[in-house]
Write a protein that binds this ligand. Structure first.
Ligand code: GLU
Length: 567
């Protein structure tokens, strides 16, 4: 069936309003490095930095800035992100540029006058959803430590795109239709992307964003402080506060107080591969690792990707990993997250022993990892798609794996300085208490909401850095990354094919399979094991780079418009 799966993937399938399958992006390879991103123009912005002698960090920052212009539905300087950097010698550092709640925000932030949680769409479109953006602080911090080019240089490709114009793509126009209420929420958004009648501009239109060009020029010239201080930051705080219908509104002090934080990367070993990811406030590293490690007792390589049992096992492992994630993951600066316990080999072996190849587990509950304290989980999380992952590898063989987000498509819909402001705070639990216990991921002043983003780096059995990968797609992100790693490590596929493998998402009681996926042919086998199966649109979009025969090769998801570029 693998052959069928791969053949089917090369045919154009309409998966969802926000995922268009096109021909697989061409692979690119060169020993001087590579960049892979969800938009070819953003990948090229990064490659231009490598060409000028820049590092992977320089390239990744230029890519993040260019994505603000050409993929404004997904990420940008109005949002935040997580950055991982791995050297060929094995040193991995992470930088947390996650958005923060205003200092005066309270656990009741998302409750109405009667104490009931606000409807999600109502919360998103107000200032309640907007956190202090972290991407510029992250870029500045990473650049200070690991950049080689001038700060201003990193902005040039993005400024040129915003000033001279870029063609909007079919996928972008789908987002305008799908998320019209957000993209065109303000006059600025409508003026950029809609005609006088309020219809989305057609694909192929060249759009210019002079306001964003001016913003980028300002931050390039005046430095990152210009984003977080002074009149400009006061204006941003006022825009957010004006849209916030309750006390505790964003202030210029909240913005000035923001800083990106260096954090340790949780790493674990799966079948001799060292997998390093992003820890709290992201659930990325612990969830990706648990999904894989709990399956170490099964020979997935022998089963292969055409085996219904292999995908059943993958679904079961997700159920266990997501049960733990719901209970334990939140901002580590505010409560104790048992990261080491959740990555502990013995603990995950015990969890994995609950999985059977012959039947579905009747009940799945969170376990008690070493170091755990009783807290309460969060409930279901919407599958959003306002995120972009990109990777850059430089001539020194150092890799950066960076996921950047504004949360949902076009974030909150509110704009400032020509870019969309995030709705990241809706990643908090709307409900502060459940069954008399306080929810770990409740809103608190200056806290970072829990994330699913999973920028990942992998070292091979001989210690060589071999893979940089990550994805967009809300709660599905750790599953997309785990699936690609299973494809590479267990099935022996090149990462491009591992990303292209069909996917399923099983965080709870139901297996959700990508609509029109060849995996749906396995439905009867899974139902015989006791599963409930549905077909659903999925916002899958992964990007990666892999070391193949001594050369770094970029890979992009065939479901996306992504591509790799070389210097
Ligand atoms: N805001 C989400 C997170 O941090 C990602 C949203 C998405 O990928 O659509 O987990």
């Amino acid at each position: 069936m693998l052959r069928h799966i791969l053949l089917a993937l090369s045919a154009p399938l309409a998966l969802s309003a926000c995922t268009t399958i096109e021909a697989a992006a061409p692979q690119a390879a060169l020993s001087q490095g590579v960049v892979s991103a969800a938009d070819p123009r953003a990948a090229e912005a990064g490659a231009a930095m490598l060409r000028q002698g820049g590092t992977a960090t320089d390239a990744a920052i230029a890519t993040m800035l260019a994505l603000t212009v050409v993929e404004p539905q997904s990420s940008g300087i109005g949002g935040g992100g997580f950055y991982l950097r791995g050297t060929p010698e094995g040193e991995v550092v992470t930088l947390d540029g996650r958005e923060k709640a205003p200092a005066a925000a309270t656990p009741e932030w998302f409750l109405d006058e009667d104490g009931a949680p606000l409807p999600f769409p109502r919360a998103v479109l107000t200032g309640l959803s907007i956190g202090v953006p972290g991407n510029i602080a992250l870029a500045a911090e990473a650049h200070d430590r690991y950049g080689k080019l001038g700060w201003e240089q990193l902005f040039q490709p993005a400024i040129a795109l915003a000033r001279d114009g870029w063609e909007i793509t079919p996928r972008f126009v789908e987002f305008l239709q799908f998320a019209q209420n957000r993209a065109g929420l303000t006059d600025s958004g409508r003026a950029l992307f809609y005609d006088a009648q309020g219809n989305p501009l057609p694909a192929g239109t060249v759009v210019r964003n002079p306001t964003l060009a001016a913003t980028l020029e300002h931050i390039a010239a005046a430095g990152p402080e210009a984003f977080y201080n002074g009149e400009w930051a006061e204006g941003m705080a006022a825009t957010i506060a004006e849209a916030t219908p309750r006390d505790g509104r964003m202030t210029a002090v909240d913005i000035a107080d923001y800083s990106a934080v260096w954090r340790q990367s949780p790493c674990g070993t799966y079948r001799e591969y060292r997998i390093c990811g992003m820890g709290p406030p992201s659930s990325g590293a612990t969830t990706v690792f648990a999904v894989l490690k709990q399956l170490e007792g099964f020979d997935l390589g022998v089963l292969g990707p055409d085996s219904p049992v292999a995908w059943h096992l993958f679904a079961e492992s997700q159920r266990l990993a997501y049960a733990d994630r719901e209970i334990y993951l939140a901002d580590n600066d505010f409560l104790h997250v048992p990261v080491a316990g959740l990555m502990d080999d013995d603990y995950l072996r015990q969890r994995g022993a609950l999985i059977s190849a012959n039947a579905r587990m009747a009940n799945v509950e969170a376990g008690t990892p070493p170091g755990a304290r009783a807290i309460m989980g969060d409930g279901a999380e919407p599958v959003e798609s306002g995120t972009s992952h990109f990777v850059a590898v430089d001539a020194w063989g150092t890799a950066v794996s960076y996921t950047s987000t504004i949360e949902g498509p076009f974030g909150s819909g509110h704009m400032y300085g020509g870019f969309y402001l995030n709705n990241e705070l809706t990643d908090f639990s709307f409900v502060p208490e459940r069954d008399g216990l306080r929810v770990a991921n409740r809103v608190q002043g200056s806290k970072r909401p829990r994330s699913s983003m999973a920028p990942t780096l992998v070292y091979g059995p001989d210690g060589e850095l071999v893979l940089a990968i990550g994805a967009a797609g809300g709660g599905t992100i750790p599953v997309q990354v785990a699936k690609a790693l299973m494809g590479v490590i267990d099935f022996g596929l090149p990462v491009e094919q591992a990303i292209a493998l069909p996917g399923l998402y099983s965080p709870g009681d139901t297996i959700a399979v990508e609509e029109d996926s060849p995996l749906l042919a396995m439905r009867a086998d899974w139902e015989a094991l006791g599963h409930t199966v549905t077909a659903r649109r999925m916002p899958f979009k992964a990007n990666a780079a892999q070391l193949v025969g001594g050369i770094w090769v970029g890979a992009a998801d065939p479901r996306s418009e992504g591509a790799a570029a070389t210097p």
